[in-house]
Design a protein around this ligand. Structure first.
Ligand code: PLP
Length: 323
């Protein structure tokens, strides 16, 4: 059933298509985290992508799949920052117009980064719904193509290329621990992993407040959630009450979900900074937080944590994390 939405061959095609534009990011050992947890923990460093986050994979895949007319009219998206940055980068590299609609919760550093890449950014309202209305208007009135950050099989195929790389580099992997918001990242990865090695477990991690996919999975259907300011700003927003794909895939493919608190997220960012000398954003730290807090038990397992991005406000990071 999930094959009809997204198959391994879709992800393999995406892997070839996007290879000239994205890094095959390294996995590095997390020595301290392994000692603490009793597992064999590896970090998949999507922080190293040109835009500082994995979303470049899905964005570039979607852009490369457009026909000439669609590319001429341009792409519009709603984004918590990193998807927009990926599309802005793709727009600059492949030569098309990108308009990104964001809510006021999106950090200024992310807005600036999109503008610097030449995208037009519209800040509308204090949640993603208002931004979505503006995006829909642009589709209706200007014929632009809407690219969802997660609920699109082509985007998920791009994110799923991480799963292929994980098994190339860690063939004896037991579990992948993946940040979860709309579910495009984890659905893509799970689809690749379960097709290539069905025994691999896939665990989604998100923040306690506004855990849209977690609440929806519990309810058995997409539910609305309130949005709160969070260190994990990249994980905010609903999965859409009209969710078409990512909810179905997550329901079929995820083995479990784990929730982490704001304090646990900051502790994980600090741990990455001190033990690995890595600057990562809050949304990327949730997997580390799940292991560091002991909320997910890795003992005896070979685990890969997807560290999904690094786009954090450095002034805030220096004052509140790098202590
Ligand atoms: C978007 C994003 C996620 C979550 O991806 P989904 O496909 O929405 O689940 C995780 N981490 C970072 C840094 C992101 O930008």
């Amino acid at each position: 059933m999930t094959e009809d939405i997204l198959s391994l061959s879709d992800i393999e095609d995406a892997h070839q298509r996007i290879a000239p534009h994205v890094l095959h990011t390294p996995v590095v050992p997390a020595f301290d985290l392994s000692e603490k947890s009793g597992g064999d923990i590896w970090l998949k460093l999507e922080t190293l992508q040109a835009t500082g986050a994995f979303k470049l994979r899905g964005a570039i895949n979607a852009a490369l799949c457009l026909d000439d007319d669609a590319r001429a009219a341009g792409i519009v998206a709603v984004s918590s920052g990193n998807h927009g940055r990926g599309l802005a980068y793709a727009g600059r590299k492949l030569g098309f117009r990108a308009i990104i609609c964001v809510s006021s919760l999106v950090p200024a550093v992310k807005v600036e980064a999109m503008r610097k890449l030449g995208a037009e950014v519209r800040i509308i309202g204090d949640n993603q719904d208002a931004a979505e209305e503006e995006a829909n208007r642009l589709v209706r009135e200007e014929g632009m193509t809407f690219v969802s950050p997660f609920d699109d099989p082509i985007v998920m195929a791009g994110q799923g290329t991480i799963g292929i790389e994980l098994l190339e580099d860690l063939p004896d992997l037991d579990v992948a621990i993946v940040p979860l918001s709309g579910g495009g990242l984890i659905a893509g990865i799970a689809c690749a992993l379960k097709a290539l090695k069905p025994s691999v477990q896939v665990i989604g991690v998100t923040m306690e407040r506004g855990a849209a996919m977690h609440e929806s999975l519990k309810a058995g259907h997409p539910v609305p959630v309130d949005e709160y300011p969070s260190w994990a700003d990249a994980l905010g927003g609903s999965i859409g009450l009209d969710n078409k794909y990512s909810f179905t895939l997550c329901r079929a493919l995820l083995d479990d979900t784990v929730l982490v608190s704001e304090d646990e997220i900051v502790a994980a960012m600090r741990h990455m900074y001190r033990a690995q000398q890595l600057v990562i954003e809050g949304g990327a730290a949730v997997g580390v937080a799940a292991v560091l807090s002991g909320k997910y038990d890795c003992s005896g397992k070979k685990a890969a944590i997807v560290v999904s991005g690094r786009n954090v406000d450095m002034d805030r990071f220096t004052k509140e994390v790098a202590l």
